[in-house]
Design a protein around this ligand. Structure first.
Ligand code: ADP
Length: 586
């Protein structure tokens, strides 16, 4: 975080520096252009005049005038000539100075502040020209109070002696007026860095740098600025972005900072300076930096938002992955649990099957031991008494006992046969049968038993009923079985057993209905199991319905049980109906 802030700060500072340098460089370039133009214009202007005094010094009138020192008429003529020439060359003043420095004739002879009679021996341009050189000087006029540039040349007589000086003054105000102070200030300073010309007149005759006593003395000696106070304009110098800067106290003490660019005009003794206010530059830099900071802020905050979004997204993905993993492990756990439960169920089922088998075996052995033990015990008793009767010679009664034994043996054989039919498939082939006949035969077989219990049988079988497919003996066995169970259910108290047959969808159904208690729902599924019985030991083996069910399956039919809504059990024997066509083929 701190590192990020430092990086951002460094970036902002770097951008600020870059913008500042480029702004200052641009400003400097503009200022340099202005400076070049200004210097060129000034040089051109000065050049126009610089050779004129030398030219005029050669004029015979001028030489004669200074050599002969004429009377007032000659001076008046010369004054007029100077005035005329001055107008032609467009200078400010043109005048002739004697070797002592006193002005003898002047173009401004007719002005109140005329130079005539004034002594300029202190002016450097005079001393230079009087010494035989070309005099040049700029100064504030002592009498006119007008700034000017002075050119001077020595005048020699025919023998080569210097007899005087021709001096020419030009104003600087016109040059100054051509400077435009819109975006920059232009100054001309003297070698002591005192302002001689300026776009802002407030700055005139003020020093850019503090003046040393020697500078002050030099300036005072030349009387360049007459008695101007020469205040300090410059408040300091500095540098920024590799550019020179000055601080100036302008009008009403307002201190401003400027980018300054100077160029010397050695011939003229001038330095031209172009100043550019840095305030707008700095404002421009600040604006650019502010824009950059704003952009940086936007970029940072949007990348921060983006980053946050990505973080949230990956968090969500991780969360989902975790939830998925949780779910998978939960599923795995549940699967293990389920497998365990399933295994347990299988085990319990196997146990139950085993228990069921054992129960069936128990029921079977109980039934069988009774069915066999009871006749065996009886047979033994008969055999014992037969032996006794034979010893006594009562053969007739012994014979009776043996008959009893024989019938018991038959009974046991019947039980064995019964059991065999459970275990073994019968080899009786299936035939087309009349259901009505099978019912009639079965009722006849059961007749003795039924009438003993005082029961009647009602038969309702339509003549149109088609024949059925089955084994005649086994079908009879099924019907006898159902009749005998119905009789048991009604407990020998008398009543009616209803037998009825119907046909639908190629099936013939025989129903056997009694008026007993019906089959309790709890045991309804088990009554077809082998050896299942609710009867006391000795009165039922629990095989009747099991055998009957298997027989009906063999016929491709079914045996079902239900309770009649008005009470009593209803057993349905379902068989295949045989069509007339099939009957014909049989
Ligand atoms: P058993 O007659 O030797 O008990 P079954 O297989 O014929 O053997 O019958 C099994 C059981 O079915 C009977 O013990 C009895 O509980 C029940 N049951 C059979 N027929 C009827 C019926 N008509 N009414 C009520 N219960 C019956």
């Amino acid at each position: 975080m701190v590192a990020g802030a430092v990086v951002c700060l460094a970036l902002v500072l770097a951008v600020e520096r870059l913008v500042r340098f480029s702004a200052f460089a641009d400003a400097q370039e503009t200022a340099d252009g202005t400076l070049r133009q200004t210097v060129n214009a000034l040089e051109g202007h000065l050049r126009r005049f610089e050779t004129l005094p030398a030219l005029m010094a050669r004029q015979t009138e001028v030489r004669d005038f200074l050599t002969t020192l004429p009377g007032p008429a000659g001076v008046g003529a010369m004054n007029l000539w100077l005035k005329d020439t001055n107008r032609v060359i467009e200078a400010s003043d043109l005048y002739l100075i004697g070797p002592d420095g006193t002005t003898r004739a002047a173009s401004n002879f007719d002005r109140e502040d005329s130079f005539i009679g004034q002594n300029f021996a202190y002016r450097p341009y005079f001393t230079q020209a009087a010494a035989g050189g070309q005099g040049r000087f700029f100064a504030l006029g002592t009498t006119s109070g007008v700034r000017g540039y002075y050119f001077a040349s020595p005048v020699q007589n025919t023998s080569g002696q210097i007899v005087g000086v021709v001096a020419l003054k030009i104003g600087v105000e016109d040059m100054e007026a051509s400077w435009q102070a819109k975006t920059h200030q232009t100054l001309v300073t003297d070698p002591e860095v005192i302002v001689f010309m300026a776009t802002d007149s407030m700055w005139l005759f003020r020093a850019l740098q503090p003046l040393s006593p020697e500078q002050m003395a030099r300036t005072a000696a030349s009387r360049r600025y007459v008695d101007q106070p020469l205040d300090l304009l410059g408040q300091g110098e500095g540098q920024d972005a590799g550019r020179r800067l000055v601080t100036l106290a302008g009008a009403m003490g307002v201190v401003r900072e400027y980018l300054i660019l100077g160029r010397d005009m050695p011939a003229a003794g001038w330095t031209v300076q172009v100043l550019l206010d840095t305030a707008p530059l700095r404002a421009q830099v600040r604006l650019a930096v502010a824009a950059f900071v704003l952009l940086l802020g936007i970029a940072l905050s949007s990348s921060w938002a983006l980053w946050q979004r990505r973080a949230r997204l990956s968090e969500r993905i991780a969360l989902q992955a975790r939830a998925q993993a949780d779910l998978e492990s939960q599923v795995a756990e549940r699967t293990v649990d389920l497998r365990k439960a399933n295994d347990e169920l299988h085990r319990i089922q196997a146990d139950l099957v085993q228990a069921g088998k054992l129960a069936a075996l128990g029921r079977m052995s109980a039934a069988l031991s009774h069915e066999i033990n009871q006749p065996l015990a009886a047979a033994r008793t008969y055999a014992d008494s037969a032996a006794l009767l034979m010893d006594r010679g009562d053969l007739a009664r012994a014979r009776d006992n043996i008959d009893q034994i024989l019938s018991l043996i038959d009974r046991m054989a019947a039980i064995a046969r019964h059991l065999r039919s459970v275990a073994r498939k019968p080899d009786e082939p299936l035939k087309t049968l009349s259901l009505a006949k099978a019912v009639a035969d079965a009722v006849q077989i059961a007749e003795a038993r039924l009438s003993a219990s005082g029961m009647t049988v009602r038969i309702d079988i339509p003549d149109t009923l088609p024949p059925v497919l089955g084994g005649p003996v086994r079908l009879q066995q099924v019907i006898v079985n159902l009749l005998s169970n119905a009789a048991d259910a009604m407990d020998g108290t008398g009543g009616t057993i209803d037998l009825a047959a119907t046909e639908s969808d190629g099936r013939v159904t025989l129903t056997v209905r009694d008026h007993g208690p019906g089959v309790a729902r709890a045991i309804r599924d088990r009554i077809f199991d082998p050896f299942f019985t609710t009867k006391t030991v000795g009165s039922g083996l629990g095989l009747g319905l099991s055998i009957s069910y298997n027989i009906m399956q063999d016929f491709g039919g079914d045996l079902r049980v239900a309770n009649h809504p008005d009470g009593g059990a209803v057993f349905s024997v379902v068989m295949h109906a045989v069509e007339a066509r099939e009957k014909a083929t049989n």
